[in-house]
Design a protein around this ligand. Sequence first.
Ligand SMILES: [Zn+2]
Length: 505
Amino acid sequence: MLAAVTLLIGAATNAAPAQSSWSFVILGDTRDGNNTSNGISPNLHALAEKIASLDPRPKLVIVAGDMCNGNCLNTNSPKYPPGGNFTNAAAKAIYAHFFANWKEAMEPVFNYSTSNGIPIYTVRGNHESNDTGQAPIEVLKEAYQEAFSSYVPTNGPYNGLTNDQRGFSWAFTSNNVTFVAADQYFEFDPTYVNGTTPWSGYHSLAQAWVTRQLRDATSPYKILISHEPIFQTVGNGPTAEEQENEVAQHFFGTNIAAMQTRSNFWNDLGDAGTQMYLCGHLHLETVAATTNNHGHTIIQLLAGNGGAPAQEFLNNPEPGVTTFYNNGNILVTNGGNVSVQAAYGFALATVTDEQMTIQYYSLNPTNTSPTDRWIVAAYATQIASAKARPAISLPFDPRAGTFSYTRSDPAGTGLSYQVEKASCLSEIAPGLSDWKVDAAATQTVTAITNNVQTVQVTLSGAKPLSAEDLRSHRGPVGEFNSKKHAPGKAWVPPPSALPGHGAHL
Ligand SMILES: [Zn+2]
């Protein structure tokens, strides 16, 4: 008898159909400085024009907060009234004006008047709540809600009238990517206002809701979006704002209890199959990763280079964090003046069935040409699909009936794996037939590296197999693409590019 084995991969729920390549844009921190009159970065419109000109056209844009400088109650704001006498209505009108300016600058991407263009999904930053870490500014929240909440799914958690996150936190799946956004400015703890960190009044998000959205999704790519970083990649600098860098990258805080909360959070994300945490808050761009206690590596993409007053990159990741990229914000000296040479921009994620590739676009800070100002970084982030076809590593040992393969942790993907065998009728006509699941085959995880498991398979039946069984041959690749699979289960053929896509004996 000649036989072949391959793997059946099944999902508990309907698998997404095959998708052709598509893309989305990641943008963050498009606000202006505190001395602003219009709230938005003067660079935002240039970024919007570039996003709109991308070919192929992105399907959607994700914005990770701090869209406008909402703090017109700051004494160094030109909008600050004589004597500081605001009415709520007057303050709200200023905020609404800022958000209207943002929409106008983004008009090349999406026309909010006609609802034409590339849909934009936003989440709040501290500048859409209260950047000082004090109690939320209610009229700022209202202005944001009126401007943007109708453009996101209203499926956020509802925890009563004072914690109604619908229109603020949201979740949706587009093609093969699940996006979940967690607003960080609902659960304000006033006892922390006079604590040790400037944002310490905010240190929680709707973790149970977030985890449930991610865990229940069957997409091969899962991304969580929020504003403030979870892990530190950037060190403190000399300016007042930069002196707060390290605490500003610890959303949950820095004490022992906060570290435990953070670990639980990162473990939950990884267990749910989340590959990336997208944030902003610092005004530069970094890509880093850290591995949680369960062996899951999650990328933190800090995309805060959307035009806000730039910060230099000071390489100081906390222990366990590996930094892959920064966008090159550096200090430059011009005469007696020291300033940050900024590379403002955005990230572009291109998604296929197998891989998500994220590229980093920047306005070239040293080239003022009106036609050629954009550069794309040589570095790109690669995220493997959780449903990527397993790699079967030969040699197959037919005497022992064993082979091994690698897969993403099923706990994070919702996938199950079965071994299937088929007979080969003859070597003259080497088609395979009579595929059957070898339910008695054993699968043992022998190693875990990050989220990737190595699995040793032993086929059922008496060993060693007979000499007759050991004759090997390799049938045409196409035969693997036409196999039946169990009802309700997805069958993913092993990739034809891999040698040993199926092991024959
Ligand atoms: Zn911020």
